[in-house]
Design a protein around this ligand. Sequence first.
Ligand code: DGL
Length: 263
Amino acid sequence: MALGIFDSGVGGLTVWRALRPIMTEHTIYFGDTVHIPYGEKTQEQLVGYFQRALAFFVQRQASAVVVACNTASAVALPRVKEPPVPLFSMIDAAVRQALAVTKGRVGVLATRATTESGVYPKAFQAADPGVEVVSQACPKLAPLIEAGFRRGEMVESAIAEYVTPLLQAQVDTIVLGCTHYPFVLPEIRRQVGPEIHILDPAEEIRAEVAEFLRDRKPECQPGECRTEFWVSGDPWQFRDAVKVLMGLEIPAVQRYHVSGDVM
Ligand code: DGL
């Protein structure tokens, strides 16, 4: 058995990176790169993509799936009535993490689909109605990062556009509500200054996954577990992006042809 990690593209690698040191099972990573950016897709499309991804993981006998994509966690996951395997959501992890540090004003940087779903304000409201949430859609960011950009003029100006409303609203905490964004955390930090908490929910999801793994028979030693990489788009492009973003040469990336697209 292997733990599944799912994202539209390279974003889930920020979660994979955080999970690697605690993994006692092999990993199957699937990036649905043919459909990126998820943030610009409709609810119907996202639900369809997610169902097909789950079918893929079930076919590969995944023990559980970390939905390392806020957009799928926000829009598609809640619509899966009977999950075939346990699913880990980025949203719950992010909210828990923010509540532990905020003084009451939280900014959420996320994709357009996540922002429009209203899932973050609702989740904060349910957990602590005293917390004020400012959500900011960042449609330019995930495509830039997916193309391998971590810095440079386009990244800087996109981040400036997106953090300005949060700074004006005087947030004390910023949630990176898209798994692609930790790749540009240094630039976000540079622009918002040292005082504001910037949270990468991967840290929190690691604690949840660790608890899940604790109850299971280890299949490999932490640090020695293998990862199979799968994408629905171009495997070479994915390998190149990983090299540029993480400085990592990953082994062969396999292609999974998704069919029956809702376009
Ligand atoms: N990484 C994804 C997320 O966490 C989605 C980015 C995209 O495909 O738009 O929301």
